[in-house]
Design a protein around this ligand. Structure first.
Ligand SMILES: Nc1ncnc2c1ncn2[C@@H]1O[C@H](COP(=O)(O)OP(=O)(O)O)[C@@H](O)[C@H]1O
Ligand SMILES: [Mg+2]
Length: 1056
């Protein structure tokens, strides 16, 4: 798709997405910049965007031609330096969109085409960077687009400024206060369908971050006569029509209203209730919604609308004259509604509408009113009710806009941006007191403009010693003086006429005027005028030659309007109103206040003086609005009308001063302070004179001689572009400075942090080291003490237990007892036992016994019956033989067993408990014979190869003899009386200890075992005894000795 672009009225380029559809895409800011060059040339082709660039800058024709060419191309904005000239296009140009706001936001003034938003942004940035209050003064005659511009500015700030931290609703409130104020304060006039009938100065407060945080509105003189009368083709205030058009049935019924505006006398005077350009119904919706945004409760809305309705009802109150020509209310219905809506007594209201209360010599007198007076009283009441309600409304809005931080400390101090949208200069067919005030106001503002731009500028050049060709301009101070001068001014004369006793009328006022200011060049009356002029002047009129043109005022109503009288009983009635808004508007203190209130004109004059002071205290920006034609038509460029405005607005003079002058000036100190960072010699501090610093600085910046001039205290820069270039450089420099500051701050910050951490670490370390050291020292101390105590204890270990050795001894004891556990004997046979310290000897012995007992007990529990028997036998053996017989030790390790034979068939029958091979020696020849010895339950049986050879009952076994040597011979002694026995039996067993032990046990003759030394005598047979001699020798030898004894040589054993 081919890229299509379109040049829109501000001279910017917009890409058309689809040629037939209205959806357009603005290029991003980069896109804009890319196309800037071509856009600039495109713009330049349509005249110049700054009149300063106009070749023939002294020619009014060239000026107007430039305006015309641009207007034809829908380029409604043109600059004269920083002043924005705006021509009302009377059509929606689509130049206030979100995209436009974005485009103008934060961009240097000269880089973008002229636009209201460029001014808005410049003002805002000045407010932020310089933190100085700003004021945007929007001037121009009625219908030139002032209110529209104010709204757009507000919209711009609401949408582009950052949201405040708290109370973001303030932006909505700022925006929404507008439709409400417009409904109550604007009306259709011949000049403008939405003409502001009050002056408005609005402050928007910004916090230090540049977010709107609050606002305040000052309102000036509402044209209240409009409530009761409108010129032909004009309307009453919008709110009446909006309520009737848009109000719900139910609401209208409650308020006692009919939908048709024709039913209300206050709405029919202008005969144009319906206007095509106004949609009352949808406006009503907007107002209703806005009321909620600005904190109106349902009750408050109801109260407010009750008042609006009651004004309409008041208008419909009729009077009829009775016989005495006194007025009587004839419209009961209206009265009834009024009673209800205003919350007043019906009878009181009726009386107040038809009587006048006079206080004479402290007495109250009621004097009836005639028809005319009653109608006047009624209208006065309507005007008072409406205008006071309007004042209340402004107060209420201000409460809603008030910054919530108003009382907070100064660091949150706010800067203020003022927007002045005041009624423009107006001339009608019939001009009255209101127009007089309005035009006076415009004179004052023009005067301020002159002071701030033309006069002061030229004076400044002079003061600063800058070579300068003065520019001539018309100074309207003379007209301001004519109106406001003390004693001689029109307002003073009017006041005097109002206050003086006697019959003062509008005409006597005119006469007075003629007397006092007759020679004034800007004043004219029928009487003072020359013949031709006289024709155009009525007798009851005077003419002022305003800066903006001649205006003929009719004096009719001047006195009344200036007095603004409301009969006392009407005031009283309203003071008793139950309607909360009314009771706030009419205060009882007013009744008791004897002092005459200031007249309207004087009040207005004061408020204007105040306004001028407010504006002077701020940095001004100007928007000069021009009305292209009187018929509110788009595209019509009425040259005469425009030339007239260009003239009276002083635009040509403005341009001339501008061209000859300097775009920018600043005190050396301020200039140096702001830009010193751009030059190494002045940064960071310049110690010399600021002027020299500036000189160094601009040399460094390479300013050309024609670009600037050095004054006495200020530098003057001729072209904005020079300053903008410097600003751009500052912006870049700032970035790098910011980066540097950031870096050093970060460095500092982290270093501080590091140092803090280091300090902490050292602190912890030292604390910990201290703790460790202290612990170690304590331990060492303890150890030394312990060692000392041990040594001392050791030295005194033998002394009785005393404090000196107690520790040592206790220690020895404890350690003995603690160590004992590890050193206990492992088994019964282990006889080891640690040596106890002397003091524990007894305890140790007891413990040892316990231990042994325990081991024994454990051992005993663990042995088998067979083993037990074995041990018992071994014990018996030990008892008998230990230390008595030489070969006993050899038997100890050998187990006793129950048989040492392979049993013969006979033997089992004998049930032997023990069997062993033995050698039997004959009693006579001592012949050895192999036999077996069996032990049965009752007897010892000698068997030879399964044949019982001899049986010795245990009862008959009287004893056993054995030698003490290592032989294995033994003798069983048998009862001699036993006949069956042949004598004692001499036997030899290889297991003699076992055999004898078992035998002794079986025969229960343990105690009858004799262990003999040397020899044994035995019974060999009846009457014959044998002897066995034992001698130790080298080896066992059993022989019959020559003496007939049995000689036994027993081997000597090692153990003996
Ligand atoms: N910038 C504009 N763009 C489009 N229409 C405008 C513009 N300025 C003014 N108008 C039209 O002109 C009418 C009168 O403007 P307004 O601001 O009320 O005049 P003033 O306040 O100066 O009397 C507005 O209602 C509107 O229709
Ligand atoms: Mg206006």
């Amino acid at each position: 798709m081919a890229l299509q672009v379109e040049l829109i009225p501000t001279g910017e380029i917009i890409r058309v997405v689809h040629p037939h559809r209205p959806c357009k895409l603005a290029l991003g800011s980069d896109g804009v910049r890319v196309t800037m060059e071509s856009a600039l040339t495109a713009r330049d082709r349509v005249g110049v965007q700054d009149f300063v660039l106009l070749e023939n800058f002294t020619s009014e024709a060239a000026f107007i031609e430039n305006l015309r060419r641009r207007f034809r191309e829908n380029l409604i904005y043109t600059y004269i330096g920083p002043v924005l000239v705006s021509v009302n296009p009377y059509r929606d140009l689509q130049i206030y969109t979100q995209q436009h706001m974005e485009r103008y936001r934060g961009v240097s003034f000269y880089k973008v085409p002229p636009h209201l938003f460029a001014v808005a942004d410049t003002v805002y940035r000045a407010l932020r960077t310089e933190r100085r209050d700003q004021a945007v003064m929007i001037s121009g005659e009625s219908g030139a687009g002032k209110t529209e511009a104010t709204k757009r500015l507000l919209q711009f700030y609401a949408e582009t400024c950052p949201a405040p931290e708290r109370g973001g609703a303030v932006r909505d409130r700022l925006l929404q206060s507008n439709p409400v104020l417009e409904a109550f304060g604007n009306a259709k006039t011949l000049r403008n369908d939405n003409s502001s009938r009050f002056g408005k100065y609005m402050d928007v407060q910004f916090d230090f971050k540049g977010a709107p945080v609050g606002g305040h509105i000052l309102s000036y003189l509402l044209e209240k006569s409009r409530v009761v009368h409108q010129n032909h083709g004009e309307r009453n205030f919008h709110v009446f029509y909006q309520l009737l058009e848009g109000g719900e049935e139910e609401m209208l019924r409650r308020l006692g209203l009919e939908r048709n505006p024709q039913s209300y006398l206050y709405l029919v005077k202008g005969q144009c209730a319906k206007v095509s350009s106004i949609n009352d119904k949808s406006d009503w919706k907007v107002v209703r919604k806005a009321l909620t945004v600005i904190d109106f409760t349902e009750d408050e809305v109801e109260d407010l609308l009750s008042i609006v309705a009651s004004v309409l009802h008041l208008g419909n109150i009729h009077f009829a004259a009775d016989e005495e020509s006194n007025a009587q209310v004839t419209t009961e219905n209206q009265l009834k509604y009024l009673t209800r809506l205003l919350g007043v007594e019906g009878s009181t209201l009726r009386e107040a509408l038809t009587h006048r209360k006079i206080i004479a010599k402290g007495e109250e007198l009621l004097s009836p009113l005639n028809l005319e007076q009653a109608a006047y009283a009624r209208d006065a009441l309507s005007k008072a009710v409406y205008s006071r309600t309007f004042t209340w409304l402004v107060r209420k809005i201000n409460r809603s806009l008030a910054s919530k931080d108003a009382e907070s400390p100064s660091w949150r101090s706010t800067t203020v941006l003022g927007l002045l949208d005041i009624y423009g200069f107006e001339v009608f067919q019939h001009n009255s007191f209101e127009q007089f005030c309005i035009n006076y106001c415009n004179e004052k503002l023009q005067q301020l403009f002159i002071e701030l731009t033309l006069k002061s500028e030229q004076e400044e050049y002079e003061a600063e010693g800058i070579a300068w060709e003065p520019v001539q301009y018309f100074n309207n101070k003379i007209i301001c003086d004519l109106v406001e001068e003390k004693f001689k001014g029109i307002i003073s004369i009017l006041d005097e006429e109002c206050l003086r006793p006697g019959e003062a009328t509008d005409l006597t006022f005119l006469e007075k005027l003629e007397d006092t200011v007759k020679y004034h060049p800007h004043f004219l009356t029928h009487k003072l005028a020359d013949q031709p002029t006289r024709k155009s002047l009525g007798r009851g009129e005077f003419r002022l030659l305003h800066y903006a043109g001649e205006v003929t005022y009719s004096v009719t109503g001047f006195l009344d309007k200036n007095n603004d009288l409301l009969f006392r009983n009407l005031k009283e009635t309203m003071c008793s109103s139950q309607n909360p808004i009314m009771s706030q508007c009419f205060d009882r203190s007013e009744l008791s206040d004897k002092k005459r209130p200031e007249t309207v004109a004087t009040q207005f004059k004061m408020s204007l003086l105040q306004l001028v002071e407010i504006l002077k205290s701020k940095e001004p920006a100007y928007i000069r609005c021009i009305k292209p034609n009187d018929s509110k038509q788009p595209g019509r460029f009425d040259e005469v009308l425009i030339r007239h405005q260009v003239k009276y607005l002083g635009l040509m003079e403005n341009l001339r001063v501008r061209r000859a002058g300097f775009a920018y000036r600043r005190k050396y100190e301020a200039f140096l302070q702001r830009y010193k960072s751009l030059c190494p010699e002045t940064w960071p501090t310049w110690t010399g004179r600021p002027q020299d610093g500036v000189a160094v600085l601009i040399r460094h910046l390479d300013y050309k001689p024609e670009e600037y001039k050095m004054g006495r205290t200020k530098i003057f820069i001729r072209f904005p572009k020079t300053l903008f270039a410097t600003e751009d450089a500052l912006e870049v420099r700032r970035q790098s400075l910011a980066t540097k500051i950031q870096a050093s701050w970060r460095g500092f910050h982290w270093r501080q942090k590091f140092l803090r951490v280091k300090r902490s670490a050292i602190c912890i370390q030292s604390w910990w080291r201290g703790t460790l050291g202290r612990r170690r020292a304590a331990k060492r101390k303890w150890a030394a003490q312990t060692i000392r105590r041990l040594i001392r204890g050791f030295i005194l270990r033998h002394a009785p237990y005393c404090p000196e050795n107690a520790f040592f001894l206790d220690h020895v004891r404890t350690s003995f007892l603690l160590n004992l556990r590890q050193q206990l004997p492992r088994n019964i046979l282990d006889t080891s036992w640690p040596t106890p310290p002397p003091a524990l000897r007894e305890a140790s012995e007891l413990l040892r016994e316990l231990c042994v007992k325990n081991m024994v007990w454990k051992y005993c529990r663990s042995i088998s019956p067979e083993w037990k028997q074995q041990l018992q036998q071994k014990a018996v053996a030990s008892e008998i033989f230990k230390g008595k017989k030489d070969n006993y030790p050899q038997s100890v390790p050998r187990l006793f067993i129950s048989t040492r034979l392979a049993l013969e068939p006979l033997q089992p029958a004998l049930c032997p408990q023990y069997a062993v091979p033995v050698v039997k020696y004959d009693r006579k020849g001592y012949k050895p014979r192999s036999r077996q010895l069996l032990l049965t339950p009752n007897a010892v049986v000698i068997v030879e190869d399964a044949k019982v050879k001899q049986r010795i009952d245990y009862a008959n076994l009287t004893g056993i003899s054995v030698s003490s040597l290592s032989d294995s011979l033994f003798v069983l002694h048998v009862q001699r009386e036993d006949n069956k026995q042949k004598g004692d039996v001499v036997l030899q067993s290889d297991h003699v200890i076992e055999t004898l032990t078992k035998t002794a046990l079986s025969a229960d003759c343990v105690n009858n075992i004799n262990i003999n030394q040397g020899s044994i005598t035995f019974a060999g047979g009846p009457g014959r005894d044998g002897i066995i001699d034992f001698t130790p020798g080298s080896e066992l030898l059993i022989t019959k000795a020559k003496n007939g004894h049995l000689a036994v040589v027993a081997p000597r054993l090692n153990s003996r």
